[in-house]
Design a binder for this molecule. Structure first.
Ligand code: DAH
Length: 418
């Protein structure tokens, strides 16, 4: 049996010997030896990288880098690498009848060498992360995605542990209430319109028939944007105090028939307490068409209240005043806590203050003056409008005793609505 002697030079580089004969046996044995030496070189390099001990972690990358490159060059360098040596000294000189065998063995070896070089490069990188990771864990964690499973286990990271479960989110009770209310009106054929939260005095007040310089701007506790004094009053910016300006914006851009609901956030300069919040939500409604009457308004809101609070709820329309509606009304519903009786549990009902009624929203027939601002013909068209507070409805519906709970973000409160 012919053996191939491999003279090991220092480190992994070595010189391939001359083949004494070109028998199939000799050729196969020669390649087997080289493959075996490659395996040994791989193991040796892994060992070196595993024990790489560089006191200064910052220097470790260059050390590990140099090592895998040395390996790569020993096997793949264009002039002196093992592959080149084999190509020159074996492949070139074999007689034609054994060329195919040497060729296929060579290709097999080349694939193995390429894989090994890639593998060693990755291994060297791992080692660096490992080394610096021990010293500076936070820094090392940045490399986590690149680590091999072996390294993660070495670091004590149990990759079989289940991941962190994120609890499912849920709709906020105000958004949920708002969506439910909006969908009642969508089912009646209303579409949805939205408007800006930063409004002009014109849209928030003037076009809604609040006379200029009328104290209404104060009664709605308006938050004005600073530094607007040089502008004419109607152009001054403020945080909208109600969703009614969306009525105007809608009528400016579409002609009757109009049926819209406008959900949104509004702001008032109110100190927070159990029943007040400087930020809250409203839903505005507007229907304009030919021959719309107060009966349509009553029927629509009676239906909506029954849809929100149950079919046994009664509604009552109580005279009121808003500059943009004439006549105007406050809508009251029969008290959902005492069934409209005014007393319960042998005493006065605290929710309706023993009246049997709870005031819920404002409404009315659109004032003809408002049509003047949007170029609608008041002789041709009539319509109704309404505006309701979402928090107020949610408070009643869910029996919440403090409006602040909606804004404090306490998950124990919020998850009850999930
Ligand atoms: N904008 C009123 C408010 O914030 C609510 C309101 C009342 C809206 C009557 C309307 C309405 O559309 O017709 O207090």
């Amino acid at each position: 049996m012919t053996s191939v002697r491999v003279r090991r030079k220092k480190r992994v580089a070595y010189t391939v010997p001359k083949l004494n004969d070109f028998s199939e046996q000799t050729i196969r044995a020669a390649f087997a030896t080289v493959r075996h030496d490659l395996d040994e070189a791989i193991e040796a390099l892994k060992n070196e990288l595993d024990t790489l001990d560089e006191p200064d972690a910052k220097k470790a990358p260059s050390k590990a880098d140099a090592k895998w490159k040395e390996f790569r060059d020993a096997w793949k360098a264009r002039k002196t690498g093992v592959l080149t040596q084999i190509r020159e000294q074996w492949l070139r000189v074999v007689p034609p009848q054994t060329k195919a065998l040497v060729g296929s063995e060579f290709n097999r070896l080349q694939v193995k060498v390429d894989q090994a070089a890639d593998q060693m490069e990755a291994y060297a990188r791992d080692s660096v992360i490992w080394e610096s990771g021990v010293r500076d864990f936070a820094e090392a964690l940045k490399g986590l995605p690149e680590w091999k499973a072996r390294k993660r286990i070495d670091l004590g990271l149990d990759i079989t542990l289940p991941g962190n479960r994120r609890p499912l989110g849920a709709e906020h009770p105000i958004i949920k209430t708002m969506n439910e209310m909006v969908s009642v009106f969508r089912n009646l054929g209303y579409s949805i319109e939205e408007g800006p939260e930063i409004e002009t005095d014109y849209y928030n007040f003037e076009s809604l028939n609040f006379p200029p310089n009328h104290p209404a701007r104060d009664t709605q506790d308006t938050l004005f944007i600073a530094g607007q004094e040089s502008k004419p009053l109607r152009d001054r910016l403020l945080l909208r105090t109600h969703t009614s300006p969306v009525q105007i914006r809608t009528m400016e851009k579409m002609k009757p028939p109009v049926r819209v609901v406008c959900p949104g956030k509004v702001h008032r300069n109110d100190a927070p307490d159990a029943t007040h919040s400087p930020i809250f939500h409203q839903i505005e409604g507007l229907a304009v068409d030919t021959n719309i009457t107060f009966c349509d308004l009553k029927g629509t809101l009676d239906h909506a209240m029954k849809a929100f609070f149950g079919s046994s709820v009664k509604t009552r329309f109580y005279p009121s005043f808003f500059p943009f509606t004439e006549p105007s009304a406050d809508v009251q519903i029969s008290c959902i806590f005492c069934g409209g009786k005014g007393y319960r549990d042998g005493g006065r009902c605290p929710q309706c203050k023993a009246s049997g009624w709870i005031e819920l929203l404002g409404c009315g027939m659109v004032d003809p003056n408002v049509y003047g601002f949007v170029d609608y013909d008041p002789k041709k068209f009539s319509g109704f409008a309404f505006g309701m507070g979402v928090e107020r409805i949610a408070i009643l519906k869910y029996g919440v005793d403090d409006i602040q709970l909606f804004f404090q973000g306490d998950v124990r409160f919020l998850e009850q609505f999930g």
